[in-house]
Ligand binder design. Structure first.
Ligand code: AMP
Ligand code: GLY
Length: 418
């Protein structure tokens, strides 16, 4: 098969690495990719949101299947546009991707289908939101931008004054642009979090896999939110009972809801879950694989990933059983100092050749400089993935390996999977 993978992060390097193991693969292209995807694929210089150029490329190269990594091209309708031309593509349509691109849409579907989630109110008029917050007496409360904000449009407010500041940021100053035109005020959910993933062909879903992600920049979960600074899989509690609850109360109903009321959801359902003492509740839905969760879950996948993607696209997922290994998988993200705020790029990445073969170093913000050397090119630069019989073994190996890698301003959390 000739495959085109869209995206350029650590998630896409991990997907490309896994695709590269498939006996069905004839040729793999990544658009635009990074210095890591170059080692397993051919990078194509087309940005992830340039749908017209991606379509032209897929037609010209007779691509058998396109796989979309990030949410932005999905929300822009890449799947709809490819399908119009009969080009096979893995991912949800723009309408189905509203589960991620519109939190108010996702909330309305969950409410109708009794999928457990926090109670909420939606506002498009800032004055009405102010009046509501003035009357609110339960804190913390959560304010969210309705639209896509790269995981950063969420404010956990401890009191009324913090809530008013957040409202001002989102709806008046519009720090996330139009994403803040509509505001969600949500019940604060207390518990521990996991990211649950299932593949869907619109009707059938695969077995679940889950990971825990470290969202804050600082050790001990302090400081601002990031895209994710590390992850491990499986979560410490991931038993039949919890898996069954998430399947029966969340994954199966959301797929049925989309098929019955909207458009079938084909792609990866990513349920951000809070495990509360009243059971699992949905924090958010995403319509793609997570980053850095992908870097820990794909090394556990036993299947040929092209079988999984093609079965979803062809509506034949019930023919295969998606299986996950029993090891524990850990990933630690190496970032540029300053991230998630401003940071410098262009620093040489040293020591990659010293990393042993059993460790996966997935690239995110890297590129080759004019001398063909790998340099930093983003906030999250690398993620170091290791497998072990248990979480301690996996995290020890990851941190030993990180000692060998360096670049100027390198920053990472030392408490991942600890
Ligand atoms: P989201 O972008 O909706 O996943 O939110 C980002 C992060 O904010 C989540 O992973 C949670 O850690 C936190 N968060 C979001 N909504 C809530 C909530 N209702 N209660 C508690 N924490 C939340
Ligand atoms: N790591 C969270 C996300 O990919 O949204």
């Amino acid at each position: 098969m000739k495959i085109l993978l869209v995206g350029s992060g650590g998630r896409e390097h991990a997907i490309a690495w896994k695709i590269n193991q498939s006996p069905r693969l004839e040729k793999l292209y990544v658009a635009p990719g990074n210095a890591g995807t170059r080692s397993v694929a051919t990078n194509i210089d087309i940005p992830e949101s340039d749908i017209q150029s991606l379509k032209n490329f897929a037609l010209q190269e007779e691509i058998d299947l396109t796989i979309v990594g990030p949410e932005t091209p999905l929300a822009l309708g890449i799947v709809d546009e490819f399908m119009e031309l009969g080009l096979p593509i893995f991912g949800p349509t723009a309408s189905a991707a509203r589960l991620e691109s519109s939190k108010s849409f996702a909330k309305a579907v969950m409410e109708k289908w009794s999928i457990p989630t926090g109670s909420h109110e939606v506002f498009s008029d800032p004055q009405k939101a102010v009046t509501y917050l003035e009357g609110l007496d339960t804190f913390p409360t959560v304010l969210k931008a309705d639209g896509l904000a790269a995981g950063k449009g969420v404010y956990i407010c401890q009191d009324k004054s913090e809530a008013m500041t957040a409202l001002n940021d989102l709806m008046v100053t519009k720090v996330f642009g139009d994403a803040g035109t509509t505001l969600i005020v949500e019940e604060f959910l207390d518990g521990w979090e996991l990211s649950a993933f299932a593949f869907s062909d619109g009707e059938t879903t695969s077995s679940l896999v889950a990971a825990c992600d470290y969202k804050r920049i600082g050790e001990g979960d302090t400081g601002p939110n990031t895209g994710g600074m590390g992850a491990f899989s499986p979560p410490k509690l991931w038993d039949k009972n919890l898996i069954g609850q998430i399947e029966d109360q969340v994954i199966n109903p959301i797929v049925q809801a989309m098929k019955t009321d909207h458009e079938p959801f084909v792609g990866t359902i990513f349920a951000g879950m809070m495990i509360t003492d009243k059971g699992p509740k949905v924090v958010e839905f995403n319509c793609r694989l997570g980053d850095p969760e992908t870097q820990v879950i794909l090394p556990l996948m036993k299947n040929d990933i092209l079988d999984v993607f093609t079965s979803c696209v062809n509506g034949e997922l019930k023919r295969i059983k998606v299986e996950w290994g029993k090891d524990t998988s850990v990933a630690v993200v190496l970032a540029s100092g300053g991230y998630p705020g401003g940071y410098a790029t262009g620093y040489l990445v040293n020591g990659l050749e010293a990393v042993c073969d059993s460790v996966n170093v997935f690239h995110a913000g890297t590129k080759l400089n004019s001398e063909g050397k790998i340099v930093t090119d983003g906030g999250r630069v690398l993620s170091v993935n290791t497998l072990g019989k248990n979480i301690n073994e996996a995290s020890e190996t990851a941190y030993e390996c990180i000692e060998k890698i360096n670049f100027d301003d390198m920053y990472y959390r030392k408490d991942i999977a600890k």
